[in-house]
Write a protein that binds this ligand. Sequence first.
Ligand SMILES: [Zn+2]
Length: 498
Amino acid sequence: MDRYFSEPGLFWRPLGGNNIDQISGHCYQYTDIKELKSGLKASTIVVDLGKFDNHQALGIRNSVAAVPDIRELLQTPFLNPEAIFLTHSHPDHLNGIVHYLKAGYSLPPLFGGKYTLMILEELYDEFAVPRRSRPKFNIIQDGDIIRCGSLKIEIVSSSHTCFDSFGLIIKAFDGTTVYHTGDMKTDNSTYFRKPTNLKRLHQLAEKINFSVADFCGITSDGIAVREVDTFKKLVELIKKSRKRKIFIPVYPTHAEMYLVAFLAALKLKKNVIFYGNHDFYIYLEQIKKYGIDFKKMAGNRIKVVVGTPVDVEALGDDFAVIGTFNNIGNFFDDSSADSFGIITSGTFFNPLRGQFNARNIRFVDVRDYPVLQGYGHGFLGDYEIINNILQAPLFIPTHCPIYVIDSFRELAQYIGIRIAEPTARNNHLYKLEKDSFELIKESPATWLVVNYVNDQAIFTEVWQKPTSGAGFLKRTFSARRCRNQFKMLLHKRKQQGK
Ligand SMILES: [Zn+2]
């Protein structure tokens, strides 16, 4: 019998997110099939609809993006999704929405956080999506319960690098329950937003069978960087520098770093200058619109200035410049005698490093102190915590190349983390039933490459292929380095176990 959606049960399919070698373009289908007297009835939801960043490497000229292929779901009445849940606002989870709309598809209602809606509305404006084609957006928060046909979805907050990140507890008609983590770490020290709701996970532990989990950071030992540790390190470095003018460049999409750097300056009573490129000011506006009031937090203690020109004297020559800048220009009267740089991101700020060197301004960066770079994905230690809380659920890893999972298995087994077999691949269909994970159908994975002609998105179907080393996204964690890393971690654990 062809068991392709022809029997009751919960079916799961990654449509992006279980890629060969790159981490991008996330999208997952959950279909719950229930038997009625009149026949089978399916309830389908889609979780995330991102864009695949390395679209240039797929070989279609003038492409602007690539997106997961959900056309079958949109075009097959039996499988029509009742909702699209957006775990958070990052482009690899969200940006597919606009391209589908621009290609003329209508989408089911969306469910996501308030901040996700704000970022989506920016995209609607950028791509001139007419109001009438924008799907209904339902704002969700921690604790909400939403029913989509026979599926029941509970929203749980998640710690990640933006506001309003959520995980989902998805319960099927037969009781099979999945904790879909979204991008997540267990950090309970997040500023201005709820951390991962571990308490709720504790309460639900016995009911949860599976965790479809963001294994992006699983190659690193320990727990992922906590925001409070980044804050403390910034305070310490600023103090130790004994300089009055501090330059703290932050990565554009990591809004939490704007806040952490601001709080560090506030703690040390340094005036703040927000300064950066066009994108930075847009994100800063969004943060304010979201309800973060920098001026109010500053009170009478420090002055807060946005952009240039700056009256350096009025700030008493004592300030922190926070933002996305690779060029500090001549606005700040910086000099080697009174200035210091703290670079909070990797290669992005290379031009700034050159400039600091040319001006003899001392600086430290993430290579010296990895904790300076906020990080949104759980490490191995975070997943050991989740594994304990959920009492060894069956993990279905996502958000990492499949070779990472294949080489993680030996270590996982040693430390008691159960990983579903076989390793899930894009566009393969699986049946999830209490304690069994079964491959039902294999189909080749594709991306839809997006081109724009006369303001209309045109999709070209392209087979998924390895794209590391091609296109702009060259950095990658090689299969060999990955294997060695897990071998080393296994060795370490065995030594500790003795
Ligand atoms: Zn993310």
